[in-house]
Design a protein around this ligand. Structure first.
Ligand code: 5GP
Ligand code: MN
Length: 324
């Protein structure tokens, strides 16, 4: 753990009173888990904080304590924040419209674990060795010696579990298990978290999963799999796509496949691409070519292109990187 970064972040917390906390659009377990845990920690220190995100609450994360107080419409909140925390964001634009309400003169504290992080903050605490941003928030709480509440522990535990793919990805370590075990000591019930993460689908959600699975294509050489979610798929208001992880999970399980990509048409007319690799090629290097970023084995980008064109560009790049 980088003690200098812990100290500079702690100094910023001591100096300021009212914080804006934000995280990336399409938030995942680490994004919400680390943001909520940080808010609980700041409040325990007698500070004030608002979490503002440019996305609706994903239903698989709605069970997390404190999601009812998150502000999901950035334009409604113009407050005099003293400092801005950006959590789990590889670049500043990842907070979307929240950029508009972040006071220009407020320092940005960038806490993250993405190798592609652009160091956009006044403080840049970017640690590639942790399995999740939430690990850094826990380190901060330990620095301040705050009492770990069950609510705080649930947020940290959920972040670790989701970000390691339930202790299956390459970021799974002795430490990730140790932290999870420690959080259980603070009152987390693993089965309740799993229930919250999984048991939230409607029938139309499952039908969407079936559709996306039915569209999986694999290159002739068997190395690359892809599928798509179209704008049409989302016309039914009861259908809410899960996070990309959910769909990619199945493509990744295909024997011999090195790279899996999910293409998703957005309401803005762009295409969001999410990539997972087995380490043969770097997902973040692939996505950097298209202005995105992420981790070596999980990364994403947004393309201003038609679905067909986006697929062609990304799949061509994968082919070149695989040397085929
Ligand atoms: P997902 O594919 O599940 O959306 O994201 C996989 C990983 O890549 C996550 O760590 C996510 O934060 C990162 N990521 C996804 N999309 C982008 C993007 O457009 N830009 C950057 N910098 N990172 C992204
Ligand atoms: Mn993360």
């Amino acid at each position: 753990m980088d003690q200098k970064k812990i100290s500079s972040t702690a100094a910023a917390i001591k100096k300021h009173r009212y914080f804006l906390i934000s995280t990336h659009v399409n938030p995942d377990g680490d994004a919400f888990g680390s943001s909520l845990a940080l808010k609980f920690m700041l409040e325990a220190l007698g500070k004030k904080a608002d979490i503002v995100v440019d996305s609706a609450c994903p239903k698989e994360l709605a069970f997390l304590p404190g999601t009812d107080k998150i502000i999901y419409k950035p334009e409604l909140k113009q407050r005099k924040y003293d400092a801005v925390f950006c959590l789990d964001c590889g670049s500043y634009d990842r907070i979307g419209k929240v950029q508009k309400i972040a006071p220009k003169n407020a320092p940005i504290i960038n806490i993250d674990h993405h190798e592609t992080n652009t160091r956009f903050g006044a403080i840049n605490w970017v640690d590639l060795n942790v399995c999740a941003t939430a690990e850094l928030i826990l380190a901060m709480a330990e620095h301040f010696k705050i009492r770990i509440s069950r609510q705080f522990a649930v947020c940290i535990y959920t972040a670790i579990v989701t970000e390691t793919g339930h202790f299956s990805f390459s970021n799974t370590s002795l430490r990730s298990h140790m932290i999870a075990a420690e959080m259980i000591r603070y009152g987390v019930k693993p089965s309740i978290v799993s229930y919250g993460l999984v048991k939230n689908k409607t029938l139309s959600d499952l039908k969407l999963t079936a559709k996306v699975m039915g569209r999986i294509r694999v290159t002739k050489d068997g190395t690359t799999a892809w599928s798509s979610i179209t704008a049409d798929d989302l016309k039914n208001p009861r259908t809410v796509p899960g996070d990309s992880q959910e769909y990619l999970h199945h493509m990744v399980s295909l024997k011999g496949v090195h790279a899996s990509i999910l293409f998703r048409q957005t309401p803005e007319g762009t295409v969001k691409a999410s990539a997972r690799t087995d380490g043969t090629i770097s997902a973040s290097k692939l996505m950097l070519k298209f202005g995105g970023g992420g981790h070596p084995r999980a990364a994403g980008c947004t393309l201003k292109a038609s679905l067909k064109n986006a697929q062609k560009r990304v799949l061509d790049a994968v082919k070149r990187m695989l040397g085929r």
